[in-house]
Design a protein around this ligand. Structure first.
Ligand SMILES: [Zn+2]
Length: 152
């Protein structure tokens, strides 16, 4: 083989601070990355799929959900991951963009909060050993849903 680039990568194995299920839409990369850093997540195992947590909440194919769950399980096995960050974002092509909500950003946000709850519930049932943090990212920042009311 011919070396095309020289770079010294770290050889030490790491313990993963969180597996992050996020959409690969590049517009929201920096915001989430900065938030993760601020949250003390230095070593993340990124699981980047179109729609992010949509793959757990409302996948187009059941196989997408199984694929993402298996990636999370592998992250746990390989890197001792005990936390999963779920992400969905505004104007996501996998949901048909903001147009799918008639341009109503609040309706979109409500929908995506419900998606995050579904995704977290799926994860709690399938991979109960991890804690789950959920984020909705829009053009103004990163939001986390209010805690669900306790069942009465
Ligand atoms: Zn997206």
């Amino acid at each position: 083989m011919r070396k095309v680039f020289h770079f010294d990568s770290p050889r030490e194995r790491y313990r993963c601070d969180a597996a992050v299920v996020w959409c690969y839409d590049h517009r929201f990369e920096l915001a989430l990355r900065k938030l993760l850093k601020r949250s003390g997540i230095e070593h993340a195992d990124p699981i980047r799929v179109a729609g992010g947590a949509k793959c757990l909440a409302s996948p187009d194919q059941e196989s997408e959900r199984q694929f993402v769950l298996e990636q999370i399980r592998k992250s746990i096995r390989l890197h001792g991951t005990d936390r999963v960050v779920l992400m969905v974002h505004s104007d996501c092509g996998a949901y048909g963009g903001l147009e799918a909500f008639g341009g109503d950003a609040q309706a979109e946000a409500r929908h995506h909060v419900a998606e995050l709850r579904r995704a977290a519930e799926c994860l709690r049932q399938s991979v109960p050993e991890v804690s789950v943090v959920s984020y909705f990212v829009d053009f103004e920042g990163v939001w986390t849903p209010a805690p669900e009311p306790a069942p009465s």
